[in-house]
Design a protein around this ligand. Structure first.
Ligand code: PEP
Ligand code: MG
Length: 612
């Protein structure tokens, strides 16, 4: 992220400066900077080869013992952290503990000590070598995407344990946060996850660092602690000194240095509003998603990658309404087999502790691509328009082994908790029928082999994301055990506007009455055939749209976890009669903007009456 010293919208007073970094934990704070420097490590002589190996081994052993004790003390403090912080730092401490044990790292260090190296130099050399190996494994392409994030994290873990050992070898203390005044903004070059775990969120108003990124352990912990934080603010330490006044916006990533009186007053208003908002949303977590007229809805979360699990647990979602299994195939060179897939699904099902998980079999094709599938000869065809080509269930029925493997893995994992199986991109009853036959056959085969799977098999349902499926929903619902309306694709196919193309973005509108009429058809079909209907497109994350969708007959929604509290607040403020009235008007509206204006009018009349 580049440092930008931007012009303010108002003319900045002399002295006021703005920097930007990565927003990692939302919230606004205003306060004085407290700079936390780590006492510098003494220089390490890396040239020596004449040290006594026995002496250096004894020093290393003592440093390991001291590091292990420090990590144990940190572990003892875990109970003070919020639940997802405990999970995050607990597993990280376990990684460190294993590195200090009989690990590859230790073997490497001891080998270098055998060559007469100083213990500090050996530790530094070996941890750097392992970090470099993680970042670019020799003979293999450098990791990309999710793998690159994981590699950076792992490299950081090696470097961190190396620094801890060197600090203990040289007797250099760690910095302490205990002298930082209450309400200060902690400013540092970088913050280790172990440091973040020591922060008391009731004392520190915000965290800003010059280094770091949004996906590391530190960022995850700061989010778990609920401390507004901006990382990777280049040029920060050159401009900020002890007691420099700062405004930190962890939502936008902006850091204002020496705010003018007006800027500070505006920031104080935001701080108060944010505190009220958090309190209200926090209270909502345990409350039911009940309309003000009494009807109860189900709000669940979509899961795209397993790392989202802690956020889902914290959101108050009643299960996973859409597990997009594409992550299994992304960045993979080979197809994940039955055992690997089961090993990924099972912990997710277990983690939901009895709340249902709807696993969608892989929806490949259209704009998504996978090396693993391509290498296995599973092409999505060379259609001129891939969104209208071999995609979702169409692709899976051409490559049945892929579908059979995934069904089998899901059925095995389904003994861990309530699971439903979802078919993407269905456009005709024949596709559902064929898939159901395969599903039943896989179930019989597993039972014959003595594998423990649920009896009866978990419900098999379909996505309603083509106009054909919506129009045929009454017929499809005779065989589908549940319907999940995917408005992302339904909008694209109904309005003939690509969901990813910017030049038709103005035409792509899920509030278009044509889309809403199809949603209504699907909801009605589910009601008549007594099949559960949910809606899991992006639209479900929109607090304005959900009351309208309730009016159209949908009672269950699955959305991005972060949207659950806000949607719940909107639901608790809405009344069924109003929802139905809005639905009737929207179905008769001429276009999306007309519907949108109506929803905004309704929201304005409610004044967040459902906060309590
Ligand atoms: C949808 O189309 O609305 C949907 C939920 O599926 P995806 O976004 O994964 O295509
Ligand atoms: Mg879709």
């Amino acid at each position: 992220m580049k440092t930008t010293e931007r012009a303010t919208t108002r003319r900045p007073r002399p002295g006021e400066a703005r920097l930007e970094g990565q927003p990692v934990s939302s919230g606004v704070a205003i306060g004085y900077a407290a700079i936390a420097h780590d006492p510098a490590l003494p220089p390490i002589d890396t040239t020596r080869r004449d040290c006594d190996p026995a002496h250096e081994r004894a020093r290393l052993f003592e440093a390991i013992t001291r590091s292990t004790a420090q990590l144990r003390r940190l572990h003892d403090r875990l109970a003070l952290l919020p639940e997802d912080g405990q999970v995050e730092i607990g597993s990280l401490l376990e990684v460190y503990r294993r590195m200090l044990g009989p690990s590859r790292l230790r073997r490497g260090i001891e080998a270098l000590l055998g060559q007469g190296m100083l213990a500090e130099a050996a530790v530094q050399h070996e941890t750097e070598a392992l970090a470099a190996f993680m970042l670019s494994p020799p003979g293999r392409p450098a990791p990309e995407g999710e793998d690159a994030v994981a590699a950076r994290r792992r490299a950081g873990e090696f470097r961190e344990i190396g620094r801890r050992l060197v600090r203990n070898l040289s007797g250099t203390p760690y910095r302490s946060f205990s002298t930082i005044p209450d309400g200060a903004i902690l400013v540092a070059e970088q913050l280790r996850p172990a440091d973040a775990a020591l922060i008391d969120p009731s004392r520190i108003a915000a965290v800003v660092t010059e280094e770091g990124g949004s996906t590391g352990h530190t960022a995850i912990l700061l989010r778990a602690l609920g401390i507004p934080a901006v990382l990777a603010v280049h040029g920060l330490l050159a401009r900020v000194g002890r007691r420099t006044r700062l405004v930190v916006d962890g939502t936008t990533g902006r850091v204002i240095i020496r705010p003018s009186t007006r800027t500070a007053a505006a920031a104080r208003v935001e701080v108060a509003a944010y505190a009220r908002e958090r309190q209200a949303l926090g209270r909502l977590r345990r409350l039911p998603a009940r309309l003000s007229s009494g009807e109860v809805l189900t709000l669940q979360a979509n899961l795209e990658i397993p790392a989202e699990l802690p956020m889902i647990a914290q959101s108050g979602a009643a299960g996973i309404g859409l597990l997009r299994s594409e992550f299994l195939f992304m960045n993979a060179e080979t197809l994940p087999d039955e055992a690997r897939q089961e090993a990924l699904y099972r912990p997710l099902v277990e983690a939901m502790a009895g709340d249902p998980v709807t696993i969608r079999v892989v929806d490949w094709g259209s704009e998504k691509n996978s090396d693993a599938l391509t290498q296995a000869g599973i092409g999505t065809g060379s259609d001129v328009n891939p969104a209208l080509g071999l995609r979702g269930i169409r692709l899976l029925l051409r490559h049945r082994a892929l579908l059979e493997t995934q069904f089998a893995a899901i059925l095995r994992a389904a003994t861990a908790g309530p699971v439903r199986v979802l078919l993407p991109m269905v456009s005709s009853p024949a596709e559902l029928h064929e898939a159901r036959e395969i599903y039943a056959r896989v179930g019989r085969r597993l039972r014959r082999k003595g594998v423990d799977i649920p009896d009866p098999l978990p419900p098999l349902g379909i996505m309603i994301e083509t106009p054909a499926a919506a129009l045929m929903a009454d017929v499809l619902a005779q065989e589908a055990e549940f319907l999940a309306i995917g408005t992302n694709d339904l909008t694209m196919y109904t309005l003939a506007a690509d969901r990813a193309a910017t030049d038709v973005a103005g035409l792509y509108d899920p509030l278009h009455p044509a889309v809403l009429r199809l949603v209504r058809l699907a909801a009605d079909a589910g009601l008549r055939q007594r099949r559960p209907v949910s809606l899991c497109g992006e639209m479900a994350s929109d607090p304005l749209a959900v009351p309208l969708l309730v009016g159209l007959g949908v009672r269950s929604f699955s959305m991005h976890a972060s949207a659950v509290p806000r949607v719940k607040r909107a639901v608790r403020a809405a009344a069924m009669d109003d929802c139905r009235r809005m639905a009737c008007r929207a179905l008769e509206a001429a276009d999306g903007p007309e519907v949108s204006a109506m929803l905004m009018d309704y929201a304005a009349t409610l004044h967040h009456a459902g906060d309590g």
